[in-house]
Design a protein around this ligand. Structure first.
Ligand code: AMP
Ligand code: ZN
Length: 115
């Protein structure tokens, strides 16, 4: 837990959030500034800086995060007709919160461009 990390503070319950799904390792919350009707963030409860840090340090939390993406997709009913999952990473990847999180975005037609 880092006092200066926004998502650590959300995990700790110090800041409000709307929880969609939770288990021992991860929590999924609604994005405060959604870009689509469904926009959920899946966070690890432990702090990892990004997907590289997570993948290198915890296979267990990595698997839990992917399992949670699947659960969120079912809960939000976007597994069909589809949705997008992204991990923005680092400055050029557009990451603004340095605590690993998957974006789950859907319920509208998304662009085929990722640029
Ligand atoms: P990224 O730019 O990939 O690091 O994504 C960070 C996301 O966190 C953005 O989509 C923000 O809208 C979202 N966000 C920032 N603060 C909060 C908050 N307090 N609760 C929920 N989502 C947030
Ligand atoms: Zn954190």
């Amino acid at each position: 837990m880092s006092d200066s990390c926004l998502f650590c503070r959300i995990v700790a319950g110090e800041l409000p959030s709307t929880v969609v799904y939770e288990n021992d390792l991860v929590i999924a919350i609604r994005d405060i500034n959604p870009v689509a009707p469904v926009h959920v963030l899946v966070l690890t409860k432990e702090h990892y800086d990004d997907i590289v840090d997570l993948g290198e340090r915890s296979p267990e939390a990595s698997a839990a995060l992917i399992e949670a993406v699947a659960s969120v997709a079912q809960i939000e009913q976007v597994a069909e007709p589809g949705f997008r999952t992204t991990f923005n990473t680092g400055v050029q990847g557009g990451q603004t919160v340095d605590h690993v999180h998957a974006h789950v975005i859907g319920r509208r037609q998304l662009s085929t461009s990722l640029g």
